[in-house]
Design a binder for this molecule. Structure first.
Ligand code: AMP
Length: 399
């Protein structure tokens, strides 16, 4: 990645003890953590953001952190305030963190002005303002006025052209990539230029959501293994029965073209050979393993034979990219396909990258995180990156 880094600023300073003393640095972090009953359900993104913030504090910078949380759609929503994240961030950084009830305007300005060297301020949810997602020039200018330098460390939103990821960059004196952003890009580049064979495992609900990545990976991967409800549109495209499984009839043609693209580029496209079916998506439903889905039954997980096949594919690969569950893994009766794939990826000696909230949840549930080469903090961003698309947040830093 051809962007400046914080170390470049540190090296070019004459002050070796406090190289960034007096410099106000606006950091776009990704603190979009899942909340349950108002509490942080998973703090991975807070932990992942800490390295950059610590580095800036130690260099004496006055650190102004901004992020989004959820989708408040331009309106203040107390349930999506970043206020409750302040304590968790302070704990991670082992330093007090102050909070500004607005991310721009007089409140933010006075809180930034009160910062001393090495101190940290967290701004309220950027998406309480419509200007953020619309990349409004006036909002980007207001953000830029809060700081001298800007760091983007939010890989999870690097695929969005928002005020805090793109608009702000041309309005500050200097910008750089944060440590997390830099690390994510370096790891995902190894999927773009892989040691072969490259195995891609894609699951989840809909072909329509992942068509771009299916098309791109059908051309790049050596094997593309499909699971989740997405698989049934492919099964249907092959003329096989799918019962009441989730099928997108208007994507059957698209599924056929993905199959064709895979065949033409020598990529083995793997579909489930057996399925866990039930009458409905009910935790109490009676389940059955079948090779052909009977009328009236719904495919809710890949079957044990498929799970074993996919896990074996993982042992043959040198590089693995996995995104999306193989079944309705939230329900125990339909979780074993996803869990077998998680174990297979973890047991493989390949360089492995896992992205997407559900796949990460499965890895974490089985405590397999340390056996995966890279756990991406950006599901959507990593899917765009491995397609070879330009991510606006990265492009802005590289300009
Ligand atoms: P996505 O956001 O596209 O990655 O989809 C994730 C969702 O797909 C999860 O909530 C899963 O429960 C769901 N899912 C996976 N497999 C199936 C299936 N066979 N039928 C219905 N939903 C599924």
């Amino acid at each position: 990645m051809n962007a400046k880094r914080i170390d470049d600023w540190i090296r070019s300073s004459k002050d070796t003890a406090q190289p960034l003393a007096g410099v106000r640095v606006l950091v776009r972090s990704d603190l979009n953590v899942p909340l349950k009953d108002g509490r942080i359900a998973d703090d991975t993104r807070i932990r992942a953001s800490a390295e950059t913030l610590r580095k800036l504090c130690q260099a004496g910078a006055r650190v102004v952190v901004c992020s989004h949380l959820g989708r408040p759609k331009g309106k203040t929503d107390p349930a999506l305030s970043l206020g409750p994240i302040t304590a968790a961030l302070a704990q991670q950084l082992d330093t007090p963190v102050s909070f500004s009830e607005d991310c721009v305007g007089p409140t933010a300005h006075s809180k930034v002005a009160a910062l001393e060297d090495g101190q940290v301020l967290l701004l309220e949810n950027l998406r309480f303002h419509q200007g953020e997602t619309e990349n409004e020039p006036s909002f980007a200018t207001e953000l830029a006025h809060l700081a001298d330098h800007y760091v983007n460390d939010a890989f999870g939103t690097a695929h969005r052209a928002h005020a805090s990821t793109v608009g702000v960059v041309s309005r500050v004196a200097q910008s750089a990539a944060g440590e997390l952003l830099h690390h994510e890009v370096a790891q995902l580049e190894a999927v773009l230029n892989p040691k072969r064979p490259l195995l891609c495992l894609l699951g989840g609900a809909k072909v329509s959501d992942k068509l771009g990545v299916l098309e791109a990976l059908a051309e790049r991967a050596d094997a593309l293994a499909i699971g989740g409800a997405m698989a049934y549109t492919f099964v249907s495209a092959r003329g096989e029965g799918t019962g009441t499984s989730l099928v997108e009839p208007d994507r059957i043609e698209a599924a056929r073209s993905v199959e064709k693209a895979a065949a033409e580029s020598g990529c083995r496209l793997l579909l489930p050979q057996d399925h866990v079916v039930a009458q409905s998506m009910d935790p109490q439903a009676t389940t059955q393993v079948v090779e052909q889905i009977p009328d009236g039954s719904m495919g809710l997980d890949i079957g044990p034979k498929t799970a074993q096949d996919y896990a074996q594919e993982a042992q043959k690969a040198q590089t693995i990219f996995w995104n999306g569950p193989m079944g309705v893994f939230e329900i125990e009766a339909f979780a074993s396909g996803t869990e077998s794939v998680a174990s297979g990826v973890a047991e493989s000696a390949a360089f492995s990258v896992v992205g997407g909230g559900d796949s990460l949840a499965a890895i974490n549930r089985l405590s397999l995180g340390s056996a995966i080469s890279h756990l991406s903090t950006g599901g959507g961003a990593s899917l765009e990156f491995v397609q070879g698309l330009t991510l606006p947040g990265l492009a802005a830093l590289e300009r």
